[in-house]
Design a protein around this ligand. Structure first.
Ligand SMILES: [Cu+2]
Ligand SMILES: [Zn+2]
Length: 242
């Protein structure tokens, strides 16, 4: 198995480094992250994790969540809309996600907003009826499976890929049918020194939310393609500026 893995790693290294040599010194960190994601994927294939779910040769799960402003907000509040996409290569594997949102208040130095999975997919009272953080193992914040942390907003929007998330799209602790909630404030990550900090990170009002639902692979493929193109453009402009 080891020789096979080595061959795979060489292939990956060749595939990701061969296209534009001039970019090699730019954004090394980002390229390493890409590489890590690919290696993880290969490892899962090699160790048979992807087939372990019994869902055939490709047990990959996808989900989407269309973010809409909370219906209980006053009209003057920021109207945040967007899309969150999830992919899980196999049951039990770490989750990956794309977060894309706009409509935040544009602040000169940007702002930071907490995003979590809340217990219920009930939007009857806007985002207020989604309950507390989804906490199936009765642990403290920020150890909940859907504690995605803080997201930096620039010019009123955010666009982020996050791998390695603890939440799952299958099994007894699935987040499917539950809500993703976007907050007005920053998550203090349990360091706020009060009881609320260990429950919800004192992240403030619920600006926008959505219910996670399973979907096909197409939205993820589109987003991944767009993400790759954006990153390439950014690398090119950074290299030109350097
Ligand atoms: Cu929350
Ligand atoms: Zn939490």
């Amino acid at each position: 198995m080891l020789p096979l893995l080595c061959a795979c790693l060489l292939l990956v290294a060749g595939a990701s480094g061969g296209s534009d040599v001039s970019d090699a010194s730019c954004n090394m960190e980002e390229q390493i992250r890409d590489l890590q994601a690919k290696v993880t994927e290969i490892l899962q294939v090699v160790t048979g994790q992807r087939a372990a779910g019994g869902g055939g040769p490709d047990a990959t799960l996808h989900a989407s969540c269309h973010v809409r402003p909370s219906s209980t907000l006053d009209a003057a509040a920021p109207q945040v809309t967007g899309l969150v996409l999830f992919r899980q290569l196999a049951p039990g594997a770490r989750l990956e996600a794309f977060f894309e949102m706009e409509g935040f208040q544009a602040e000169p130095n940007g702002s930071s907003h907490a995003i979590h999975v809340h217990q219920f997919g009930d939007l009857s009272q806007g985002c207020d009826s989604t309950g507390p953080h989804y906490n199936p193992l009765s642990v403290q914040h920020p150890q909940h499976p859907g504690d995605f942390g803080n997201f930096a907003v620039r010019d009123g929007g955010l666009w982020k890929y996050r791998p390695g998330l603890a939440a799952s799209l299958s099994g007894p602790y699935s987040i499917v049918g539950r809500a993703v909630v976007v907050h007005a404030g920053e998550d203090d990550l349990g360091r706020g020194g009060n009881p609320a900090s260990l429950e919800n990170g004192n992240a403030g009002r619920r600006l926008a939310c959505c219910v996670v639902g399973l979907c096909g692979p197409a939205p993820w493929a589109r987003q991944a393609q767009e993400h790759a193109e954006r990153k390439k453009r950014r690398r090119e402009s950074e290299c030109k500026a350097a």
